[in-house]
Every structure is written in structure tokens, then in C-alpha cells.
Design a protein. Structure first.
Length: 489
């Protein structure tokens, strides 16, 4: 087994703050898979098979809550252990964490970095079923210090939160003392500020890691009345411990009825993920941003099978919209692998259990997005919709554009394969070379013709129609770039 990466190989923000960079100065394109129950449900053979598959497909980050996502403390792991003795964060169960050790080390063997949520959000804010919170300001720092010390040599990405915002209402049932709160069976209108607890957690992580902890935050997909939108920068932007912004564009095509039912001000529409990503890209101070929980492959839209399921096209659509809007990478997810063959009842009822998930189309296609972005100058890339002449459309059909700040290339994502007119004056040099890049298989085909950069030009994709997406890549011909998706020296 290969040794884990030392702290010196930690990933950090690039000099301009928008991207991620390795210790050797090379770009780190975040390509993440979700594994919600990685530390609770699978046995070690299943973990190894999963890691091997994701490594082959170019993934470099695996995100998972250390204690599991659902029923975190009442339900034991595959090996019969719970994270804490008597649900006390000051008493970690070492037998449980021995399996966590093995999984993290096995990930390092496959050159997979772990993005760990020390806990899932229900352990802080409580659960809708009335379960009591487990963490508070008094115990968060100690647990953060303990777990960061234990994994200090593994260059972990630490992710606080877990489907809740720092400003969150009291939930039905019991408060942290175990007493019934006044909200009864309805969501309370009383908003609790959990920022002090998050500060304590971050302080512990930094102390346990020797000051090297890389920390981000996983918010929910919506916000409550009189609170900021569910964007990390709006809640924690002034925190010195925050290294990267995240948002959850989520799982809804029709968010309004759900928001109304549970009392939220709004929930993100998953088809518009490029809008909050661009807002985070433009926020200050500048930090990298990831859409950490977008549409999940094979997941029921709005959690209702009657609406159909998100498929590989939807996953590509979310990925390219996010990256072209300025994201530092992609977070992929499939409910089958994310829940690792879970037998949890409510997941069965929602028909979200898919044992074929390892071979799903979307998981194989994300590597083509990574290859494309790394095949052109990386750290000078900016989002720029002014490249497009004419209608840019909105939502799932949105045509998005990104380009090199110095004009060496531009890329346009065409969700329906419709003709697009491009302002070639954005390209440096006298002439441009143009390519069609197929996001389904990563193949690039050069477009015949000579394209002066003194004018606009209309390009017609090889095919068009619903779910027929293409990427148009336009290069400064004098740069002599290799085909899109092929890395240069």
C-alpha cells in the first residue's frame, strides 16, 4: 500500500483565488464523487471495488461524512460499530475509526483524496424526526482537534456543515438538552445561529492539523425567510478559516411547492446552477467554488419518480454549466454509489437504489470534462458570456461560455446542439482554429475552414435536439494547441 500524502502536498487556492493548485504548481481540477455512506454501509471489498472504478475514471476526490449521513449514531456500521460511545463526541469509538483509517489509506493507494465531513448536519441541528442534536459549542472543538490530529498526514479536505445553513430554524422535537422545544410538529420560526459552533469546529481542525487544514462548508439547497441565500460566501465569507466556497444546486426542477410546504424562502432550481456559481465566482474575498451537490444521476427529480430521473445528459449539463460559470471543478453523484447499496427504508420507497451505478454513463463521462479543461491554459480562464452573439437561453438550455483571459482560446457549451454565433474578436492572433468536442466520449473533431478573428462567425454542431449537447472550442491558431482533451507538455 502506498503511503498517504504528507501535508506538504496539500491543495491550496491558486494565486488569483479562483482555482486549486498542487504543491508543484500544477492545476488541481476537483473531480469529486459522493459516497454518503462510505464509512457505514459497504464492506472492504466493496470499498476497494468502488475506489478502483473511480480512480480509473479520473476522479480525484471522494466526499463522505465520517459518521454517515442517515441515522448517523443510532445505526451501526457494516462491522457493528458506532462512531461514539454513548453518542458522546468526547468518546470516539476507536474500533469504528479503525475502519475509517483503512478506507482513507485505501483511497490514498488509488490516489484519491478524501473530502471528509466530520459529521452530518443533523448531528448539529437535529433531525425532522425529533432526534436530538449531538454537537454543540462545548464539544465541537475537541472533536475537531481529535479527528484532525488522527488524520493529520492525509491532506484531508475538511467540509463542515452537511445540508444545513449556519442560520437554521429549530426543528420539531427535542433541543440539545433533550427537552421538547416549543415548535411542536412544525418548523419553528426561531432561527438559530450555529456560526459559533462552526468556528469552534474550525478552530479544532486547524489546531489538530498543525494549521494546515483546508476547510470548506456544505450548505443546504435553500434558505429560510430573513436569512441569506444558501451560498457559503454569504454566511461565512468573513471567516479566515474558510478556504473554498460551496453551494448545493440540488435536486429540484420544481422547487416552489416544496419550499412553500416546509416554509423556506426559496430552493435552488437545479437547472439554473450556473447563476449562483457565477455569483460565488464574483464574491469577495475571492475563493474557489464548487457546486458540491448538483443533480445526482439516477435520482428521482424532486425526489418523486413521477417526474422522471436525472440522467447522464443532466449530469453533463450541470457539470459544464458550473465549470464554464467559474467553478474550480465538478462534484458528481449517483444515488446508487452515494448510498453504497443502502437498505434504508425511505430510500427504497423513493426507488433510489441502483446497484448498477458503478457503470452508469455519467460517471464515465465526467473525466472528459476534466481532460478538456486541463488541455488549455488553466489559471487564466474566466467566464465570459460576451463571447456569444445573440440569445443565450436560460435554464437547462443555457448556452454558456468561458475563455482565456489572454484570448488564446474560448469554449462554448451548447446543450441542444443549436447553431451559435461567436464573437471571434475575443480570440488573440489573426486566425482561429475550431473544434467540436463530444462530451459523451471525449473525442475532438477539427472544423474545416479559415476563421479570421476580425469578425463574428456562426457554427453549426454535428447534431442537434434535446439532450444533444456539444462543446465548441475555438483556439488562437498560432498557439498550435493539441486537440481539446489532449494534455500538452
Amino acid at each position: 500500500m502506498n503511503p498517504p500524502p504528507p501535508p506538504a502536498t496539500m491543495i491550496r487556492a491558486s494565486p488569483d483565488g479562483h482555482f486549486l493548485v498542487e504543491a508543484n504548481g500544477k492545476p488541481f481540477f476537483w473531480l469529486q464523487d459522493w459516497a454518503y455512506e462510505l464509512f457505514k454501509v459497504p464492506d472492504r471489498d466493496e470499498v476497494d471495488r468502488y475506489f478502483s472504478d473511480r480512480s480509473r475514471k479520473g476522479f480525484n476526490v471522494i466526499m463522505a461524512p465520517v459518521t454517515g449521513m442517515t441515522d448517523s449514531f443510532s445505526r451501526p456500521s457494516r462491522y457493528g460499530e458506532r462512531p461514539f460511545v454513548d453518542n458522546d463526541p468526547a468518546r470516539p469509538n476507536l474500533r469504528y475509526f479503525e475502519n475509517v483509517d483503512w478506507i482513507i489509506e485505501r483511497g490514498a493507494h488509488y490516489e484519491l483524496r478524501m473530502a471528509l465531513l466530520p459529521i452530518w448536519g443533523g448531528a448539529v441541528v437535529g433531525r425532522w424526526d425529533g432526534s436530538s442534536p449531538v454537537f454543540n459549542v462545548d464539544n465541537a472543538e475537541g472533536y475537531g482537534r481529535w479527528i484532525a490530529t488522527r488524520y493529520r498526514q492525509h491532506a484531508i479536505f475538511w467540509v463542515l456543515g452537511g445540508d444545513f445553513n449556519p442560520l437554521w430554524p429549530k426543528l420539531p422535537g427535542r433541543d440539545q438538552s433533550g427537552q421538547n422545544n416549543e415548535s411542536g410538529n412544525e418548523t419553528s420560526t426561531v432561527i438559530v445561529d450555529h456560526t459559533p459552533l462552526l468556528d469552534a469546529f474550525a478552530k479544532g481542525l486547524l489546531e489538530g492539523s498543525g494549521g494546515s487544514a483546508f476547510i470548506s462548508y456544505h450548505p443546504s439547497g435553500g434558505h429560510w425567510p430573513d436569512t441569506p441565500q444558501a451560498r457559503t460566501s454569504l454566511h461565512l465569507g468573513d471567516r479566515s478559516w474558510l478556504d473554498m466556497n460551496m453551494l448545493q444546486s440540488g435536486h429540484h426542477m420544481f422547487p416552489e411547492p416544496i419550499a412553500t410546504r416546509i416554509g423556506m424562502e426559496s430552493i435552488w432550481n437545479a437547472n439554473f446552477n450556473y447563476e449562483p456559481i457565477r455569483d460565488e465566482y464574483d464574491s469577495s474575498p475571492v475563493r474557489p467554488v464548487i457546486d458540491v451537490e448538483p443533480r445526482l444521476e439516477d435520482e428521482a427529480i424532486n425526489f418523486n419518480p413521477e417526474n422522471g430521473y436525472w440522467k447522464a445528459y443532466d449530469i453533463r449539463n450541470a457539470a459544464y454549466h458550473a465549470v464554464f460559470a467559474g467553478a474550480a471543478g465538478i462534484a458528481y453523484g449517483n444515488v446508487g454509489t452515494g448510498l453504497i447499496y443502502s437498505d434504508i427504508e425511505w430510500l427504497r420507497l423513493l426507488q433510489l437504489r441502483h446497484r448498477h451505478a458503478l457503470s452508469s454513463l455519467g460517471s464515465a463521462q465526467m473525466q472528459h470534462a476534466k481532460a478538456l479543461m486541463l488541455s488549455r491554459p488553466y489559471f487564466t480562464r474566466i467566464p465570459d458570456q460576451s463571447v456569444i452573439v445573440g440569445d443565450q437561453w436560460r435554464g437547462e438550455a443555457h448556452v454558456s461560455a468561458t475563455r482565456d483571459r489572454d484570448g488564446s482560446y474560448a469554449m462554448l457549451y451548447l446543450p441542444h446542439g443549436l447553431d451559435v454565433t461567436v464573437d471571434l474578436t475575443k480570440i488573440s492572433g489573426a486566425y482561429a482554429a475550431a473544434w467540436w468536442y463530444d462530451p459523451r466520449n471525449g473525442e475532438a473533431t477539427q472544423i474545416d475552414g479559415t476563421f479570421p478573428t476580425s469578425e463574428a462567425r456562426t457554427f453549426e454542431p454535428p447534431s442537434s435536439g434535446a439532450d444533444t449537447d456539444w462543446i465548441l472550442v475555438i483556439d488562437d491558431r498560432s498557439r498550435g494547441f493539441l486537440p481539446p482533451g489532449v494534455a500538452g507538455e
